[in-house]
Design a protein around this ligand. Sequence first.
Ligand code: 5GP
Length: 196
Amino acid sequence: MPFDPTTPSSSSSGRLFVVSAPSGAGKTTLCKAARAHLPELVYSISSTTRAPRPGEQEGQDYFFLSEAQFRQGIEDEQWAEWAKVHDHYYGTSARFIDRHLELGQDVLLDIDVQGARQILKRYPSAVTIFIMAPSMDVLRERLVARGQDAASVIEKRLKNAASEIASKDWYQHVVVNDALDVAIEHFIAILKGGAD
Ligand code: 5GP
């Protein structure tokens, strides 16, 4: 058969990375750094029913859906995983993941612990990474300093953080975000396939 570069063989399938972290652990910063460093890495944009935060853009940060639209997606089996996080629905497009993996491109999912479990069931070779702040006190300080959420929302996020941290043991990699540059280096090394 003649060589056709547009038809990837199954062995050239991309790798799927799943990163989870309690809010405030620095996941967004780490993901941004990784994307700048590894421009070929495809970042999956989730859909959510939560309202956009100031500065967030449709199709760039999330696809912002109504609850009816999201539920329709569940019915249509659009989501590779979905979960209710902090009272809102979040989901990852199955078609998006499969298309890029088939093209041989690595895909990064930034999703919560419930979603990560579903992805591992569906894609058993996914590489899972958990990002942690060095302590709960630091986590609280970061959430307050971020100034994005009301006090009651911060308390809720901290409660969720405690239960998410309890799940970190089944992730293959744990990155402790204490010194940011060290954490970025560790994270990128994992995505390149050369770190514990
Ligand atoms: P935020 O509202 O702060 O952007 O995200 C809240 C949480 O939802 C974060 O833990 C984030 O990783 C998670 N999240 C974002 N997108 C998805 C998704 O598609 N699926 C799941 N399960 N969680 C998501």
